[in-house]
Design a protein around this ligand. Structure first.
Ligand SMILES: Nc1ncnc2c1ncn2[C@@H]1O[C@H](COP(=O)(O)OP(=O)(O)OP(=O)(O)O)[C@@H](O)[C@H]1O
Length: 342
């Protein structure tokens, strides 16, 4: 069931200065996020990701199109009605955006006070959330006394205070080191599983998508150029930009210097085979090489796990008669994506 649905959404900003032209930040966005998704949106700087998020939580208005959030059409809605929609959406940020003069407790209490929640209920909710994010002992600390990862955990607790159904995470781990990033991503997965919150993750890092998203949309120049289940986009990227993102995190075929070094050490035929556990398993590839009496050596590559599925590219140096090598490549090519790299 869809919880966010965008159809033909445009956003045009007026020129920043006289003489400049207007900026088309979003250009015909069609997007459906289903309830329970961890939906990743990836793109380089300026692709339009933050603009898209600001439209979803109604911080900005669209120039055209339709945006339906949890059954409510946002386009054309009055400010008082937009406020109600915003209550159902939590948000976390790259720079955490905590109130530095308030304690951890005070930060989490803030949205509850604004929503008119009684003191008693606030206390119960804040205690629950502090335990959930593992900061029960930091209730009376100030943000300055916390590490980046702890600050983001406060950010998550504050965003969840009013029990929103949707959480928007805008580059939420971009300021954190890899280990802390991992902790925060694990926490977001718990938010999704244990509280049933739909999460939209905005990032320029494919690792984040690979780690937690089930669905991904790739943005470029204000458009969504590719979208689908994470495993599909990783295993069959359709556009140059998606391929570049995928190559940052998965073992792909060797190129340039790396390839030249391999060729020097392994004269003969070198092939790269994309393997996965749905249609091109590693064992099937190896079985065909053995059957065709081809000697082989695994010289490059590796296997990843994406959404519980095996995925990777293995590069083999093949040795044997040219007929056998050809027959082996033909046989493997029937079910797997094979690239003869040398
Ligand atoms: N208030 C604004 N006025 C004019 N142009 C804007 C405004 N906000 C964003 N833009 C422009 O819209 C385009 C998309 O910006 P946006 O911030 O959504 O991209 P992004 O993918 O989130 O990039 P980043 O990660 O750098 O924030 C950019 O060309 C940006 O300069």
């Amino acid at each position: 069931m869809s919880i966010i649905s965008m159809t033909g959404v445009n956003k045009v900003y007026p020129p920043r200065q006289r003489g400049q032209s207007e900026v088309v930040a979003l250009d015909g966005i069609d997007l459906t996020v289903n309830k329970g998704d961890i939906f990743g949106i990836i793109g380089y700087s300026g692709a339009g990701k933050s603009t898209l998020v600001r439209l979803v939580n109604a911080l900005e208005t669209a120039s055209g199109g339709s945006i339906v959030v949890d059954g409510t059409e946002l386009v054309g809605l009055r400010e008082s009605e937009l406020r109600r929609v915003r209550l159902g959406i939590g948000m976390i940020f790259q720079q955490f955006n905590l109130f530095s003069a308030k304690t951890v407790w005070g930060n989490i209490a803030y949205p509850l006070t604004v929503a008119g929640v009684s003191r008693e209920k606030q206390t119960a909710r804040i205690s629950e959330l502090l335990h959930f994010v593992g900061l029960a002992d930091k209730a009376h600390s100030y943000p300055d006394e916390l590490s980046g990862g702890q600050k983001q955990r406060v950010g998550i607790a504050r965003a969840l205070a009013t029990s929103p159904g949707i959480l928007l995470a805008d580059e939420a781990t971009s300021a954190l080191d890899p280990e802390t990033t991992d902790e925060v991503l694990t926490l977001l997965q718990r938010v999704n599983r244990e509280y049933g919150v739909t999460i939209i993750v905005i990032t320029h890092e494919m690792e984040v998508i690979k780690r937690i998203a089930n669905h991904v949309a790739v943005m470029e120049a204000g458009r969504i150029i590719e979208s689908g289940p994470v495993f599909e986009v990783f295993s069959h990227p359709q556009t140059a930009a998606s391929k570049r993102f995928v190559n940052t995190v998965v073992n792909s075929a060797p190129r340039d210097k790396e390839l030249a070094a391999l060729v020097e050490r392994h004269p003969g035929t070198i092939i790269s085979v994309a393997v996965n556990d749905t249609d091109a398993s590693q064992s099937e590839v190896i079985r065909h090489l053995i059957q065709r009496e081809v000697e082989f050596e695994l010289i490059h590559g590796g296997i990843d796990n994406i959404q519980g599925k095996t995925f990777g590219t293995l590069t083999f140096a093949l040795r044997g008669t040219s007929d056998n090598v050809r027959a082996a490549i033909d046989a493997v090519s029937r079910f797997a994506n094979v690239e003869e790299v040398a």
